[in-house]
Ligand binder design. Sequence first.
Ligand SMILES: Cc1cc2nc3c(=O)[nH]c(=O)nc-3n(C[C@H](O)[C@H](O)[C@H](O)COP(=O)(O)OP(=O)(O)OC[C@H]3O[C@@H](n4cnc5c(N)ncnc54)[C@H](O)[C@@H]3O)c2cc1C
Length: 464
Amino acid sequence: MEVQLKELKKRLPQLFSREKFSFSEEVRYAHSFDASRLRGVPEVVFFPETEEDVTKLVKLCFNYRVPIFCRGAGTATTGSSLPMMPAVVISFSKMNRILELNQEERVLRVQPGVLTGKIKEYLRKYQLFYPPDPASYKYSTIGGNVATGAGGPRCFKYGTTRDYVLALRVVLADGRVLKTAPYTLKHSAYYNLTPIFVGSEGTLGIFTEIVLKVVPLPESSYLFLVGFSKEEDALTFINRVIKFGITPSAAEFVDKTTLKALSSFEEARDLIYQLGRNLEALLFLELDGEEEKVRKEVAKVKEFLKEKGLSYLGSGVEPEIESLWEVRRCISPSLRRLGSFKVSDDVTIPRRYSEEFLRFLRRLEGESGIFVCAFGHAGDGNFHVNLITDDEKKRATVEELRKKIIKQVLSLGGTSSGEHGIGYTKKTFLSFELDEVQKDLMKKLKKLFDPYGILSPGVKVVDE
Ligand SMILES: Cc1cc2nc3c(=O)[nH]c(=O)nc-3n(C[C@H](O)[C@H](O)[C@H](O)COP(=O)(O)OP(=O)(O)OC[C@H]3O[C@@H](n4cnc5c(N)ncnc54)[C@H](O)[C@@H]3O)c2cc1C
């Protein structure tokens, strides 16, 4: 490998101008971490400006059998953009243009390095909307979102990234370019290859162009922040609203342990105290759509809240809605106060088992003395389970708890990841989750797209 890498490094200055690659220690270090606690320093960082740059580099890597990892903004929680062996990292920071909006058909064509927040801002000018909204949307890229199959609060009503990708241009491991589908709103001529790449975490191909479906911006929205004195009641309340026929655009749950941390966080504390002092849970419930429909739904939810005697804050006005959502965004930083060692998973279960799952987590918390938080997208059964402790000696117990939780999730018919992907950090769980047929086909699919295993080796696919 060392010899091939040396050869490849010699060829780069012959093929590309100086600003398109870097061997410098600073640049390599800057591309060596993400939001996991893993580190992986690349040998070379490559900055393509065009698809042709990508194909030229990939052909070179294919010939020398040098591994390639793609990188958007490096916000993934699983280490999936980090090389654990000598490799090239392709940074898409210079392929960051919005290429074309077709307003009539509501189709947007972009390069992979565009920040998702920039797409949202751009579409707003045309009264259009790209719904998937990972909490990181302001600083993560659309390429990274597609490669992880990212979700977020509004995905309960609108669907995840997966539901908005119409087609991709993908550079394959040997440098050929695949257009996964025609750029039309429907098609049934070829095998539908697009979804195979969504959530593939850089292991099957490299996106150079992404075609997205977009929708009209909702006319109106209203956000409730509700306080509950018993945490399970918040989950029951979501079911009540949905059963009535209302589909909230977001139903975000804050459990007892998370609320403990959040209530001591200065930026969130005052708003939470307006709801009462002895709360066990919060629920962010957002409704959106046509003005008249939202008005009726808001009235209905207020009726339910009154029936149950629940305290709430609510607003249909933009700056106030944002300041309520700000409380939700304080969760991640506030959790650090519970302890310095934190492991986070994003399990998903069928929503009907939410209360049972929460009771199971509380039992584990009681037995282990480790903080167990379970906040997140309760509307679609996607809980961000965070295990937190300050006690060094309990790290092994944390890993045992993780396994117990995943086994419980799988026994309820759930999955180990709803939106963050597998990367390196959840590979053990994937091996519990997949059956022999699934494992076999995943390996064969990987071999078909990447015969020499040069695309993100070690990521996602279960080892032999
Ligand atoms: C505070 C915080 C909050 C978060 N909240 C959410 C959330 O609510 N929902 C959610 O889903 N995630 C969330 N995440 C996780 C993360 O932001 C997402 O996984 C995001 O999609 C990663 O995008 P990125 O641009 O940072 O990609 P990176 O981390 O750079 O890469 C992620 C994966 O995408 C691959 N990739 C990148 N570009 C390409 C390309 N052009 N072609 C092929 N593969 C490519 C990489 O190889 C890697 O496998 C959060 C992270 C943080 C730090």
